[in-house]
Design a protein around this ligand. Structure first.
Ligand code: F0G
Length: 382
């Protein structure tokens, strides 16, 4: 059967712009190629003339943007002969690591903070067959341990300090530029470890140089300095916006936070690994960090679900909540085109979702035509 038109994931799609060769065997689950959904109702509700798009990364194979990075990290780990990968995680990286390791037939070891990861993510690590270590500590403790143990055991780290992770994640920016025809004016992301905001900037930057220069190696992106060497002509890049949960907002405090706490467990991180990169991104793009209270994050999550039909996990809603606030207060001017990365699927964290839906219409009725009919008629006008 001809497979010519079958989408086979982002390593195949962007092979020429990723550190792989023509013969590298991609370990893929068909990640990437996620929808860029234009919000129809929220701009009207807030009464502002802006175009807001959400890049729905929750539709990746394991339900988060981590699959973009993990396909690259595991592809390269396997190519380099590794038999095992390891990560610390707030739940999404571990789900992705477990899935891609299963696909590759290698082992995955994952360290997660005990009692602080969403139920769906827990189910994923277990089902995909990872060896799961719940640590009595937080993500930052896990990250420190992973870095230490990798020197003493034959495991490849697949956290975003693995450079191939960011390479994979930069492809989201490629897809956005392809979909819109150019970069948006603003790009907003929830920030934890700050890998994803760094990866997006890398992607936009590579996209912004003349492809002919880029292809001929005359313009080479330098991830360390976020600049180009060579004769690059830079086209438009967005202003980058990073939103943190107030209880886990080291970029707002200007220093690591010892005891991060937030309902958005995915970004419950006090000591971001890509600290310098993220600051460089803000400086270069003219962007800013801001923080949201847990209540604001949950309100944005609910708004997105009830008025747009897009169900994301709490951390993901931080990007939308931050943008709504900054559009309302005029920091983002009317007429702007804005993309928010919504990083993970709402189904990941059913507990938090159900807890905040005490006002949801949930009727228990007899199994009769009359009861069903009465329920419809009495709720029509609500
Ligand atoms: N949104 C979600 C749903 C996440 O899972 C994460 C990070 C982020 C945003 C923040 O991205 O770290 O690149 O700034 N989750 C990691 C994990 C830490 O272990 O799953 P970042």
């Amino acid at each position: 059967m001809s497979n010519a038109n079958r989408y086979t994931g982002l390593v195949d799609r962007y092979r020429d712009r990723l550190p792989v060769t023509a013969t590298t065997r991609a370990i893929s689950l068909g990640e990437g190629n996620t929808p860029l959904i234009k919000l129809e109702n929220i701009p009207r509700i807030i009464g502002k003339d802006v175009e807001i798009y959400v890049k729905y990364e929750g539709l990746n194979p394991t339900g988060s943007f981590k699959d973009r990075g993990m396909t690259m990290a595991v592809t390269k780990a396997v190519e380099e002969g590794s038999q095992a990968i390891i990560c610390a995680s707030t739940g999404n990286t571990s789900a992705a690591a477990a899935a891609y390791a299963a696909r590759a037939g290698i082992k995955a070891f994952v360290l997660i903070p005990e009692g602080k990861i969403a139920m769906g993510k827990m189910a994923q690590a277990m089902m995909y067959g990872a060896i799961t270590m719940q640590i009595r500590g937080n993500f930052d403790d896990g990250m420190r341990l992973v870095k230490e143990v990798a020197d003493q055991a034959p495991v490849t780290i697949v956290n975003s300090i693995n450079p191939y992770r960011l390479q994979g994640q930069k492809t989201a920016a490629f897809e956005i530029v392809e979909a819109l025809g150019q970069a948006p004016d603003y790009h907003a992301l929830p920030v934890g470890n700050a890998g994803n905001i760094t990866a997006h900037w890398m992607g936009y930057s590579e996209q912004a140089v003349d492809p002919a220069l880029y292809a001929s190696n005359r313009a080479v992106y330098q991830p360390e300095t976020h600049s180009f060497s060579g004769e690059a002509a830079i086209a438009k890049r967005p202003t980058m916006l990073g939103y943190q949960a107030a209880g886990a907002a080291p970029f707002l405090r200007g220093a690591p936070v010892d005891h991060p706490e937030t309902v958005a467990t995915a970004i419950r991180i006090g000591n971001p690994q890509s600290w310098n990169h993220a600051h460089a991104v803000m400086k270069e793009s003219g962007g800013w960090f801001d923080e949201l209270q847990d209540q604001e994050i949950l309100e944005a999550q609910r708004l997105l679900t009830m008025y747009e039909g897009v169900f994301v996990e709490p951390a993901s809603a931080a990007s939308v909540g931050g943008v709504i606030r900054d559009v309302k207060n005029g920091k983002i001017p009317e007429g702007s085109v804005i993309v928010c990365t919504v990083t993970g699927n709402g189904l990941k964290d059913p507990d938090t979702a159900i807890k905040q839906c005490s006002d949801a219409v949930m009727l228990t009725i007899d199994a009769t035509m009359n009861d069903v009919k009465c329920s419809i008629l009495s709720n029509m006008e609500k």
